[in-house]
Design a protein around this ligand. Sequence first.
Ligand SMILES: Nc1ncnc2c1ncn2[C@@H]1O[C@H](COP(=O)(O)OP(=O)(O)OP(=O)(O)O)[C@@H](O)[C@H]1O
Ligand SMILES: [Mg+2]
Length: 618
Amino acid sequence: MVIKKNIKSKLTKPKLTFDRLGQISFTLKEVTKIAFKVKPRLLIAVFVLNAIWGLSSVPTFYLEKLIIDNLVKAAGNPNWQPLFYSAIVFTGLLALLSLLRSSLGGLNGFLRRTLSRYFDGELDILMGSKISELDLATIEDPDFRDKLDKIERESGQRAWGLMMPLSDIPNYLVGFISSAGVLLLIHPLVSVGIFVVSIPSFLIDSKFIKKEYELNGELAPKYRVWGWIGHYLTRNRNFMEMKILRISNHLKEKMGVLINEILSKQTSLHKKRELYSFISSLPLTIYDFAFSVLLVFWVIVGKITIGSLQFYLRSLRNAEQNLSGLVSSFLEIYENYIYVADLIWFLNLEPELKGHKKSIQLAGKRKSSIEFENVWFKYPRSNKWIVKSADFKINQGEKIALVGENGAGKSTLIKLLGRFYQPQKGKILVNGVDLEETDISELREKLAVLFQEFEIYPFSAKEAIGYGDTARLGSLDEIKKAAQKTGIDKFIESLPLKYDNPITPEFEKGVRPSLGQYQRFGISRVLFRKDAQTLILDEPTSNVDPEAEEKIFKELVKITRDKILIFVTQRFSTVRIADRIFVMHEGRIIEEGTHHELMRANGKYARLYNLQAQAYKI
Ligand SMILES: Nc1ncnc2c1ncn2[C@@H]1O[C@H](COP(=O)(O)OP(=O)(O)OP(=O)(O)O)[C@@H](O)[C@H]1O
Ligand SMILES: [Mg+2]
């Protein structure tokens, strides 16, 4: 037998580059791609408007120059009127320009906020749909969970942090180019100088951003524990137990220590960052001072007018501001690099258990079947065989009960049948087709499973049952029939909104069903899944009262007359309906037969059965 490769080893890590430019361009590209996919027109509008805003600053400075030059010429000039009038015209133009700028600014802010909200929403959709595609082994992997938690925790804040700098880039770029163009008129070296003196602060900032990544990576597991404690402290399902155990104080203390540890590390890094960025800004301040002195000298010797001094100084400051804005936008984007790299890695993950396209559809009069051929399985990251040498065949119409102690591997066997994991040895065949070759979605369409840890859908009673087959969510009559089969219909009819009633108190008019009632919802959901060839129920009635249990099993037998029914149970009262009983012990099926056969064999089954029967006799 070939031992198949462990799934975990295939969970590739995201590719990280440590070349800064590579990281910036990667992040820019990927984020623009997502934003473009969400709202292309909005993104273009934001870019264009921002560029116009950036372009509008130099004309403002030029108008200011003209006004000042006119005023200087007019002062003490007997022929001042024409100069005064043109100054008024320039001032008017300046006012118009500033009106344009402020309305552009408002519009831009609005569009950016809208874009970032859509971006946020799109991320939620993308992530949700990706999770539904991935394998259970991947989703249960702790590394994967850490990364996903990080992505989820940061996603809201990151969407904003990515959109803002991205949309600012055209503004800063155009602003810088136009102001630097003005400085070129003086000397090309003036423009180059700004670049040179900005380098220290760029280097320092990017160094600290990298340090912050590293720190965040180091703190990620701590954040995770923080999140879990917060969850336990506020989740009311645990409220009663926590009150009795009085663990709130212990948890609060634990959380306090964690928060302190996380925040003190972050604060000390932030302090250093502030200090270094102050020092790194000094060259720019000195450069600015030297340039101002030169311009003042030129005014005095009559080389330039006072208006030009103002024009050049304003252009220099604008170039400086735009350059530093541009650099910090790039750095902000770069700051999101790890997040975006994780996100893109996550969005590009592919399920390992792909399956092929072989159909399990039954042609002609062939009957459905499930076969396990010497199947061995252990969970990823574990060395213990959980299913050992499972070898059996179940035919259409058969009802199989699976019994055995806790941890024997019953639920695992069911998960293997749903192809949620890949066995390391052996084969599982459905209708004669190896699961490795089947079309997984088709396989799952033919299955109706109520897992031991089944889901509670709180939206409405109708949906809690109808989700068994979303295509038939509109058939209320059928939903009602499925509800009748488990007897949950009486409970639903008693609710104020009946089938539209939410089944969690968190929604308006919502109620909280009891555990057994929830279980009946779950079974109804499985029964509503009409096209399933196989029904699997993992301890479906563990919380259901005996009367309802009997009714439910009667229904199950009726419904599955020409289907396969597999159910796990700890109650021997229900086992008798099975055609065959499999007794599992430490991963092996150690006994197999009808109730009478197993009783006669006087093995484990007989012992367990007598144990329960005895308890009732006392
Ligand atoms: N996702 C998992 N990852 C690692 N080990 C697991 C996982 N799920 C189950 N196991 C282990 O596999 C063993 C069998 O678990 P399984 O849930 O199949 O038992 P079971 O027979 O259904 O028990 P129960 O009667 O308690 O439902 C247990 O020892 C359990 O610790
Ligand atoms: Mg189980």
